[in-house]
Design a protein around this ligand. Structure first.
Ligand code: KG4
Ligand code: ZN
Length: 344
C-alpha cells in the first residue's frame, strides 16, 4: 500500500510517499524558516502564501523522488489540524482536489498522530507504546495502542517545550528557531549555573508547565541587563535546558512505569534536542526500557510522518469525505472519533 502524505500545518510545505506504513519511498520538504527568521517567528499570512506557491511543485517532486505515478498510489493523507488555519487550508485543498481528480481515498491525519508515526518508519518502533511528543506547539504524553489509537495521559498547561525554547532563545538574542541554537550553546554552558524551577515535576499527574521557567529566565536576563552585566548566554541556555529535561525525563519515566510500557517513542521537533536524547537514553537504559527517536529529519515537521500515519489509517478504513476542512484547534480525541468541528 502506497500513500502520498501532505503536510502544511506551519512553515514547511512537505510531501512524501510511504509504502506499508514503514518504507519511505521519496519526499520533498520546502522550508520557509529563513523567510520567517527575519521576523523572529512564523508570520501566518506569509506562511499561507508560501504554501500556495510551493505545494504543486513539492508534491510533484516528492512523487518523482519516489518514482511513483498516480496509478501507483492507494490514498492521499493530509494534515487537517491542528496548526495555522491558512496554512492547513492549502494542504487540505490540494489533497481534496487530488482525491477528486484521481478518485483516491482521502485520509485525514492529526498532526500529533503524524509526529508519533515518524517512529514507525523503518520499523524503529512497533505499536503499542508510550509516546512523548515535544514540539513547538505541543508537549504531550500519550499511550498509543495496537490500533494506533491515542489516550492522552497529560500535556502542557501553558507553553509547549519548543515554544519555551524559542522564547528563551529570543530573550538571549539567538536567531529563530531557537531550539537548535539553545541546544548547541547548552553544550558549552554550566547546567548548574542557575537553579531554574522544575514546575510540576513532583506532582502526581502527567501535566507540564513551562511558562514559569521561561519567566524565570527572563527575570534573570532583565536583572543582568539592569546591572549592566554581560549575559552569560551559554550558562543560561544550559541551565534552562537542564530544567526542561529534568521535568520531561521524570514525568516520562513515571508514565512508563505506571503504564507498564514496553517501548518509549520520543517525537516532535524537540526530540531533535541532543541533551534530551542523551538524558532519556540514560534513564531508559537504566530502566531496561527500549527508546526510539526518529532520525533528526523526521523529528521536525515533514510529510513522511503524515504518509506513514495515513497508511495505518487507510488500512483501517479511517478515511474522510470531500467535505473535510482544516481545523486549527483539532484535539486528538475529536479527530479519533471523526468529530470534526464546524468552522464559522
Ligand atoms: O515539530 P516541529 O517541527 O513543529 C511543530 O509541530 O511545532 O517543532 C518545532 C520546534 C521549534 O520550537 C524548535 O525550536 C524546536 O522544535 N526544536 C528544538 C530542536 N530542534 C527543533 N528544540 C530543542 N532542541 C533542538 N535541537
Ligand atoms: Zn510538528
Amino acid at each position: 500500500m502506497k500513500v502520498l502524505g501532505i503536510e502544511t500545518s506551519c512553515d514547511e510545505t512537505a510531501a512524501a510517499v510511504v509504502e506499508d506504513g514503514c518504507t519511505l519511498l521519496g519526499q520533498m520538504v520546502a522550508s520557509q524558516m529563513d523567510l520567517h527568521a527575519r521576523f523572529g517567528g512564523v508570520v501566518p499570512e506569509v506562511a499561507s502564501r508560501q504554501h500556495v506557491e510551493h505545494i504543486t511543485r513539492v508534491i510533484a517532486e516528492a512523487m518523482r523522488d519516489a518514482a511513483v505515478t498516480w496509478a501507483d498510489l492507494d490514498g492521499i493523507a493530509v494534515t487537517c489540524g491542528p496548526g495555522l488555519l491558512g496554512s492547513l487550508l492549502v494542504g487540505v485543498s490540494a489533497a481534496k482536489s487530488l482525491a477528486l481528480a484521481t478518485g483516491l481515498p482521502l485520509v485525514p491525519v492529526h498532526h500529533i498522530a503524524g509526529h508519533v508515526a515518524a517512529a514507525l518508519i523503518d520499523r524503529r518502533a512497533a505499536l503499542p507504546f508510550l509516546a512523548l511528543v515535544v514540539s513547538g506547539g505541543h508537549t504531550e504524553l500519550l499511550w498509543v495502542d495496537g490500533s494506533f489509537r491515542f489516550r492522552k495521559l497529560g500535556g502542557t498547561q501553558d507553553d509547549a517545550a519548543g515554544e519555551a525554547y524559542d522564547k528563551v532563545a529570543r530573550m538571549v538574542g539567538l536567531p529563530y528557531p531557537g531550539g537548535p541554537a539553545v541546544d548547541h550553546l547548552a553544550t558549552t554552558g554550566n547546567p548548574a549555573a542557575y537553579a531554574f524551577p522544575r514546575s510540576m515535576m513532583d506532582e502526581s499527574n502527567y501535566d507540564f508547565s513551562f511558562s514559569g521557567l521561561k519567566t524565570a529566565v527572563l527575570n534573570e536576563v532583565n536583572r543582568l541587563r539592569q546591572q549592566g552585566q554581560p549575559i552569560p548566554t551559554a550558562d543560561l541556555c544550559a541551565s534552562f535546558q537542564a530544567a526542561v529535561i529534568d521535568v520531561l525525563v521524570a514525568k516520562t519515566m513515571r508514565a512508563a512505569k505506571e503504564t507498564g510500557a514496553k517501548q518509549l517513542v520520543v517525537a516532535g521537533g524537540v526530540a531533535a534536542n541532543r541533551g534530551l536524547r542523551a538524558a532519556l537514553t540514560t534513564a531508559t537504559a537504566h530502566a531496561g526500557l527500549p527508546v526510539h527517536f526518529p532520525p533528526l529529519a523526521l523529528c521536525t515537521d515533514n510529510a513522511a510522518m503524515i504518509a506513514a500515519a495515513g497508511c495505518l489509517l487507510l488500512a483501517q478504513g479511517r478515511t474522510a469525505g470531500l467535505d473535510l476542512d482544516a481545523y486549527a484547534n483539532l484535539t486528538l480525541s475529536d479527530w479519533q472519533e471523526s468529530r470534526f468541528p464546524v468552522r464559522r
